[in-house]
Every structure is written in C-alpha cells, then in structure tokens.
Design a protein around this ligand. Sequence first.
Ligand SMILES: NC(=O)c1ccc[n+]([C@@H]2O[C@H](COP(=O)([O-])OP(=O)(O)OC[C@H]3O[C@@H](n4cnc5c(N)ncnc54)[C@H](O)[C@@H]3O)[C@@H](O)[C@H]2O)c1
Length: 318
Amino acid sequence: MKVFITGGSGFVGSHLADRLLARGDDVLVIDNYATGRKDNLTPREQLKVVEGDIANTSLVNDLVTEFKPDVIVHAAASYKDPEAWQEDINTNVLGTANVVRAAQNSQCKRIIYFQTALCYGVNPTEQPITLDLPLDPANSSYAISKTAGEDFIKISNIEFVSFRLANAYGPRNISGPLPTFYHRLTQNKPCFVMDTRRDFIYIDDMINCVEKAVDGVGAGIFHISSGSDYSIKELFDATLAALDIQLEKDVEVRPRNPDDAFTILLDPSKTNSTFDWKISTPLKDGVANAINYYKEFGIEQTFTHLKNVIEPDVAKAS
Ligand SMILES: NC(=O)c1ccc[n+]([C@@H]2O[C@H](COP(=O)([O-])OP(=O)(O)OC[C@H]3O[C@@H](n4cnc5c(N)ncnc54)[C@H](O)[C@@H]3O)[C@@H](O)[C@H]2O)c1
C-alpha cells in the first residue's frame, strides 16, 4: 500500500510508519518538527520524509497528487501552546482542510484521523463516554480546532475513520505526565501529581488497531481506549518502579486545574467488536518500555496542551 502520514515524525505517526514499512508498504511523511523528532524515523528505502507545513496548501496538494496514496493517515496536530490559537487553526483546521482537499483531488479512498477526547469537554456528563455524547469542545484552542478538523473530514465524502483517543503513551511520547515525571525525577527535581485519572493506551496496542483501519476495517468514529482508568499517582508510582527510585516522602497530590478533566473514560465497545481489538499491555510493562526509550534517547522538551500548570515544589526524588 501507499500511505501518506502527516505528522509522521511524531509519536503516533512514527510508530505507524515503522509498522507499515516493516510489512513492505510505501510511506510518505510530512512533518514540520513542531513537536516531532527527526530521530523518530530511521531512513529506509520505502520511506520518504518531507520537511514542511500542512498549512501550505500547494505543498500538500502537490505531494498527495504525485504520491497518490491509497490511504492518508492525518496525525499532524498543533497543541503545544494553549495560547497559540493561530498556530492551532493553521495546522488543525487549515491543515486538515488542505489534507481533505488534496485527498479529493487525488481520489484517495480513505482518511484516518485522530481526535482528542477533550472534544467531549472537561466535565463529560457520562462515564464511560459513549459515541452518542454530544460534543463540547469549547474548553481549549486544541479541542476546538481538532473538532473543526474532524468536521471537515466528515463532510468530505471520503470514507474515514476518526479515532477519539485515550492517553497514548510509550517510547517517543513527549507530551503528558510520563515524560515529565521521567525528566524531573532523573534530574532530581521536585514532582507533584494531579488528582485526576486517565485511560492509558500503550502505543503498540493502539497501532494494532490503527493498522486495521489502514487496511480498510471500520468507517466512522471510534474510541481507542481500554474503558478503565488509572490515577496519575499510579502512573507516577509505575515510573518510580521503572527507575528504581524510592522517594523520601509520598508525592504531593494536587487538585486539578480548571481546564483539566477529572477522568476521561471512553467506551471502547464499538472498537472492540469492529476491529476485533482490545488493549493487552499492562501499565507497568508499557511504562518500563517508555522509560527505556527516554534513557536511550533523552528528552529535549516535553509538551502539554494544558493551561495553568503550576511549578511543582515537593517530593524530592532520591
Ligand atoms: N498521544 C495522544 O495521547 C493523543 C491523544 C489524543 C489525540 N491525539 C492526536 O493524535 C495525533 C498524533 O499525536 P502525537 O501524540 O503523535 O503527537 P506528536 O506531537 O508526537 O505528533 C504530531 C506531529 O505533527 C507534527 N506537526 C505539527 N504541526 C504540523 C504542521 N503544521 N505541519 C506538519 N507537521 C506538523 C509535529 O511536528 C509532530 O511530529 C494528533 O493528531 C493528536 O491530536 C493524540
């Protein structure tokens, strides 16, 4: 197959590229390295990587019309600065519209998209959240712009799968709590954990599902999630265990920020049946694999879409 992956040098995109290249597919990647890393993708014969911006309409159109992908996996997204509305709009709205138009122009048959669970708002009215819950993305520039992107894909008349995701983690993941814990603990900096819970999905489990979508399974909107959650403290404790660190005192648990959901439980039942899929990697194993990656490759930067992240001041690592 020929697969065009936007944001293919990022966490999700690079793992998918590796999976598809290993089975012999041709992969074309576009990435501007806003949050991706060049070393996420090893050069290979059937891989072409273009450094560029998906907000560049003619670039995206030229790449897609020339490559003629069977499937477009649209993984590029802007989220790293909650105040950078223009960048979010350029990448998540204009960039997605560009991808959709290019797909139409090249008669591409299928688009795979990744949506944030924040599309349901910070206080979802049901847990687990079903696919019928009305959207309420007006909590962040990221959620608003990603939802607009999903809407453009919906009206494209191209068959699509939009995966609304729980928190993916694993090697190459540099956003969210796990890389932050690693970064701070290994520098002997103080840490705290938020009093929130999240559904964590190990990247290989997630890619098992995405690969099936690339191959034509499913159409429409799905959740990729386990349907059960862990406290952020449990994630922190798994990080301590993977690093073999004992703290002098228990880590501080802080109340959540106003723009942060207490828990986000997505109902995965439609995905389980349509894709014959479920998660299989235990948290401790997935965290250990992520930590091994951080040890080998280091973390230059970590990113969050959250506002008001308060500087931590307790729980020294020892
Ligand atoms: N990781 C998660 O838990 C999670 C949860 C919900 C949704 N998502 C969605 O999944 C997708 C992949 O996320 P990820 O975790 O791999 O993030 P990531 O930051 O690792 O990957 C996104 C990639 O897009 C690239 N990019 C950003 N703006 C671009 C632009 N204008 N042009 C070209 N490339 C651009 C970045 O450099 C990066 O490589 C995104 O669409 C994100 O919104 C991820």
